[in-house]
Design a protein around this ligand. Sequence first.
Ligand SMILES: [Zn+2]
Length: 416
Amino acid sequence: MYSVNIERIEKDLYELANFGFNPKDKGIYRQGLTDVDMQARRWVMEQFEANGLKTHMDGVGNVCGRLGDPDKPAIIIASHLDSVPAGGMFDGTLGVMAGLECIRVLREHNIEPKHPIEIIGTSEEEGRFGGMLGAQALSGNLNFQWLESARDPKGEFLKDAMQRCGLDIHDALHCRRDPGSIKAFLELHIEQGPVLEKQQKTIGVVDGISGVFKWLVKLKGKADHAGTAPMDMRSDAFMGVADFAHEINRIIDEEGTDKTRLTIGRVDLKPGYAHTIPGEAHFTLVGRDMSEEVMQQVANSCGKVLSSIARKHKLRFEYEQMSWLEPKYFSPKLVDLIEQQAKKLNYSYIKMPSGAGHDIQFFTDITPTGLIFIPSVGGVSHAPDEWSHWQDVEQGSNLLLATLLDIAQDKVSLNQ
Ligand SMILES: [Zn+2]
């Protein structure tokens, strides 16, 4: 059995962490389509080239390094190279550098893969302009209107940021890969949550990405003087929010699963004065589950509960569904293959869904996909103290390598 050289991965990740490193808070500031992001990308391209990959940067800044026939369908290993502000050194980068290490192992052992292999460091995943720009470009999910109008929170247009990086939005639509040109899509990523560590497992064999819905809820009552209005004569919109928050766990118990999540992430009270009863409460409600049917049941229940709470507090209940993203499932055959390899390697693992989105979710409908997680210490990510133990990095990378080799050598059929 072949294995990766963890020291090389470690060296690469530390070197990549220098791009955008801030000594003050020890965070990495490498947001998508910034100068330092482009410097990092050029460095990664040098590493690709030094390891014999035919390398190019596409129209949105994805860096692509390919081994083998340029025309045959390729096995793609991809993750992102940008970071959130004050991010960590494993999020995204792990998947790219582990992919490169797989190439080194293949070349060292003169293994001739039967299919081309392409390593891709994707562009703007973390959301400076909305996120997953590179993956959406590759999978053909971009449209020109959006590209022209997208801005970052500081107001800079995506098209201007791209231009400063030497990229042109007109080229962004040409990054799309034909589904027939992709044999399979693999991603190795940190879990960014506490589950693996808590269960003392090294590997998460991810079977899908949770569906997500987002509501904007409005409870409307009556603003009143906080001193003169008796407690039993109020239409206090905040009381409605508080009552609903208390019902969340019951709704999940009754309608949800152990994979259901419901979160009120933001509450705005109007008029928002200490001495005034809130006449309106606007809040976000985000729900997740692996089953669209469960999502529907939970959403229905939220609506019913909110209506009855509104009646009780003499409020008007309105909501707007801002988004509804269905769950995405990875290919059962590829999930099985990853599981079998984890067993063969004697690594402890669990099957789990991903509550967070990843580049790979744009490929579930067009090619066989597989996602591997390794533990995040303390469940922490998107923060300077994001960490993963090198032993876990090594095992995750070995699992990626073993999975890649089986596909590359035609030892498995990925047809459903
Ligand atoms: Zn990530």
